[in-house]
Ligand binder design. Structure first.
Ligand code: ZN
Length: 337
């Protein structure tokens, strides 16, 4: 097993879909495993325990798989725990409150942090080390963060504190300054393709471009077919009112992100750069350059930025997505709006 030397809280940061949570989970597994084996994959991030990996067989690994290793504490917002299928991390009292009154919380509650602080001072059940996983570190208010700071300021012996964030700028500076920052690397093309194929994602090669190698996204191909169809219809008829409907419209956040990618590729094409997300549609992107001018694209890009900040509000979602499609088509009309 891994011996602990110096306590240092780790803050792993990177874009969504790069696998921050998965990497933290693997590190925790390797640290807690009682008979770890040498790591098989190349070491991309110098997380504690990364030279080894969990055996998957020992009592500690079995407890972890069952979700009840007493020396592992995972702190996630309720909504995220449900999304990741980790209901067991949710407090039962909180869960019943949720069923009655409210939608799942997107923040880590101060009560959850307090229970983590209490747990951090108990001795290890298995007589070895303990691991606290807190994710994402930006999902908590100031009171919860202040409570958490107690662990970081007076680190309990034998506790590894592993945390991650996709929005480093949103992590409270008091927390951030107590952590060692590690950047999550983006996988290379070959690794991204392998990971998508392992997930049995259709059109893996195209999807690898579309998600920009963020292969851990829940839906790495989200909005791709829709965006491609929009582009094809718009550039085939160039402003023709007869353009056919682009199939089922994705949810607003997915639609906004898809149009942002399309917009980036259209702008790159204008500047003779290779498309980043849809290299397969290079011809259509080239046709778009003849009419969707840079000033129009920039104006559209700015509006998409505004939409992306409100895209998760469900109110009038379908209405706004339709408006988005209209705006996109207007990029291709001959008269300026
Ligand atoms: Zn093990």
């Amino acid at each position: 097993m891994i011996k602990k030397k110096d306590f240092q809280a780790i803050l792993l940061h990177g874009a969504t879909g790069l696998g921050v949570w998965e990497a933290l989970g693997n590190a925790a597994a390797a640290l807690l495993c009682e008979t770890p084996i040498p790591a098989k994959a190349a070491i991309l991030i110098p997380l504690p325990g990364s030279t080894q990996q969990a055996c998957g067989q020992c009592p500690a690994c079995r407890l972890r798989h069952a979700g009840n290793h007493p020396d592992l504490k995972r702190l996630l917002p309720e909504a995220l725990a449900l999304q990741l299928g980790m209901e067991q991390t949710i407090d039962h009292e909180e869960a019943s409150t949720r069923a009655e009154k409210r939608s799942p919380s997107k923040d880590i509650s101060i009560d959850a942090v307090r229970s983590l602080v209490d747990w951090s001072h108990t001795t290890s059940h298995r007589g070895l080390l303990k691991v606290a996983l807190v994710y994402p570190l930006d999902a908590m208010g100031a009171p919860a963060a202040n409570s958490l700071l107690k662990i970081l300021e007076e680190p309990p012996p034998n506790l590894y504190f592993l945390t991650g964030s996709h929005r480093l700028g949103h992590v409270l500076p008091t927390l951030r300054s107590r952590c060692r920052l590690l950047a999550m690397p983006r996988p290379n093309a070959a690794d991204a393709l392998r990971a998508l194929q392992a997930r049995e994602i259709a059109q893996a090669e195209q999807v690898a471009h579309w998600c920009h190698h963020a292969v851990h996204e829940p839906e790495p191909s989200g909005g791709m077919d829709w965006a491609r169809s929009l582009l094809q219809t718009a550039t085939a008829g160039l402003g023709s009112a007869a353009a056919s409907a682009p199939g089922p419209t994705p949810l607003m956040p997915v639609a906004v992100a898809a149009l942002q990618k399309l917009c980036v590729d259209m702008m790159r094409t204008q500047f003779s750069q290779q498309p980043l997300y849809l290299p397969i549609d290079q011809a259509a992107l080239g046709r778009s350059a003849s009419i969707a001018t840079v000033p129009r694209l920039l104006a559209f890009w700015r509006r998409l930025g505004d939409y992306s900040r409100t895209a998760t509000f469900p109110l009038h979602a379908s209405l706004t997505t339709e408006a988005l499609v209209l705006e996109f088509r207007q990029l291709f009309t001959r008269s300026v709006h």
